[in-house]
Design a protein around this ligand. Sequence first.
Ligand SMILES: Nc1ncnc2c1ncn2[C@@H]1O[C@H](COP(=O)(O)OP(=O)(O)OP(=O)(O)O)[C@@H](O)[C@H]1O
Ligand SMILES: [Mg+2]
Length: 304
Amino acid sequence: MKTPTVQLLGVTKRIGGKTLIDKLSFEVPKGEIFGFLGPNGAGKTTTIRMMVGLMSMTEGDVLIEGKSIKREYEQAIRHVGAIVENPEFYKYLSGYRNLVHYARMVPGVTRKRILEVVRLVGLENRIHDKVKRYSLGMRQRLGVAQALLHKPSLLILDEPTNGLDPAGIRELRDYLRRLAQEGNISIIVSSHLLAEMELMCDRIGIIQNGKLVDVRSIQDFVREGEASRYIFEVDDSAKAKEALACAREAEITSEGIEVSAEREEVAEIAAALVRVGVRLYGIRRVTKSLEDKFLEMTGSDQIA
Ligand SMILES: Nc1ncnc2c1ncn2[C@@H]1O[C@H](COP(=O)(O)OP(=O)(O)OP(=O)(O)O)[C@@H](O)[C@H]1O
Ligand SMILES: [Mg+2]
């Protein structure tokens, strides 16, 4: 098996007796977009800061292309492009000048490469405007362009959709996808919004109070959502159950009968009930949405 682009090995951070990050372990293979999902204060930024060497770890290690960020910092960080919180730019310079300035600090970045990343993030038309005239979303794009200049194999973006409008989010999603596929780079994006992550990522890791509570692929999430449970409110639950008995399992509840079914089958079930003379007052889906599940996993809105 190929070495994963990045591996977290029991990453732990304690500050003043408080465990902020607790034995975090996961890895991201080549070409994957990994979503790092958790509510405010869960520890996403802290973890990312440790991954890129902006903060020391209390225990554990992070390997990037097999190199330890602790012991082989230079060799490890070379493979990383990152935006942690807000990228800083010279506001009185154009986006292009900012990239040129930055490129001077990075060996081997050509003018051609600068134009390439500008195109990649869709800033061609505005790249010669001063950054102070940029909108938040345009600054985000410039940040991504800067992070990509040295052709990293790992791109880490902390809350990249913050401040983007729906069209901006969609574009971000599209070019991250393209990057992951064509450039064969791995991408980690953090967010506190599940809905965004679902569309953008191949896999999602959920972090809560500094602990990784779940990691799974989007397909698993989706598959789980396929067969749902529905409640059919009827006048005669027993009769309804009997009518469906040979077709599927049904359970009598205080509200009616609860049936496991796929969305397409709901109409058929309703028709079957009506056919035997059961009165149908309502149909309600009871399976939890991903959003509900996420909130359940990560607790309430309370910040720990
Ligand atoms: N330097 C620090 N000293 C003490 N506590 C800290 C420090 N930095 C962060 N924390 C705490 O660590 C926890 C995780 O913070 P972090 O910024 O990593 O959360 P986050 O998941 O990025 O949240 P958000 O979605 O709000 O950005 C919080 O409880 C925060 O108060
Ligand atoms: Mg954060």
